[in-house]
Design a protein around this ligand. Structure first.
Ligand code: DAT
Ligand code: MG
Length: 140
């Protein structure tokens, strides 16, 4: 076990419904600490660059449009095994398959509008944290 940092995004469907506090509480209750946080409104091009790994997928255009539709809250979460823990608290990508008590089970509207993003590996976490934050903005 090791202390890690991971990149979390509270997506447009959730910020729009004023769920930011309830979602952050789930992460904090699981032992994750918010060490950086900001609310931003992505352009479609910025959303596209963030999700470049999915550029060949059929849902990519819809995903970029959705991520740029309303503000998002991007955060760095820190804690023991933060990458896996964050994904556990988020639940499965498709809310229909998410475990009870997870963010996606409680709040997601659909596979696309699924309320949160979380890095899926150490390499993704490093890339995604530096996509949004400089070292000076990370306050452990
Ligand atoms: P996750 O967000 O669980 O890491 P992912 O990286 O596979 O999932 O996909 C990124 C986002 O793209 C996902 O949160 C929602 C959207 N998405 C994935 N698969 C989709 C599909 N089949 N139809 C519509 N949107 C999809
Ligand atoms: Mg992913």
């Amino acid at each position: 076990m090791a202390v890690e940092r991971t990149l979390s995004i509270i997506k447009p469907d959730a910020t729009k419904r004023n769920l930011t506090g309830k979602i952050v509480a789930k992460f904090e209750d699981a032992g994750l600490r918010v060490v950086a946080s900001k609310r931003i409104h992505l352009s479609p091009a910025q959303a596209g660059a963030f999700y470049a790994e999915h550029s060949a997928r059929g849902f990519y255009g819809e995903l970029c449009e959705f991520m740029a539709s309303e503000p998002v809250v991007v955060q760095v979460l820190e804690g023991e095994s933060a990458i896996a823990k964050n994904r556990e608290v988020m639940g499965a990508t498709n809310p229909a398959n998410a475990e009870a008590g997870t963010i996606r089970k409680e709040f997601a509207l659909s596979m696309g509008e699924n309320s949160v993003h979380g890095s899926d590996s150490e390499a993704s976490a490093a890339r995604e944290i530096s996509f949004f934050f400089s070292g000076l903005e990370l306050v452990g």
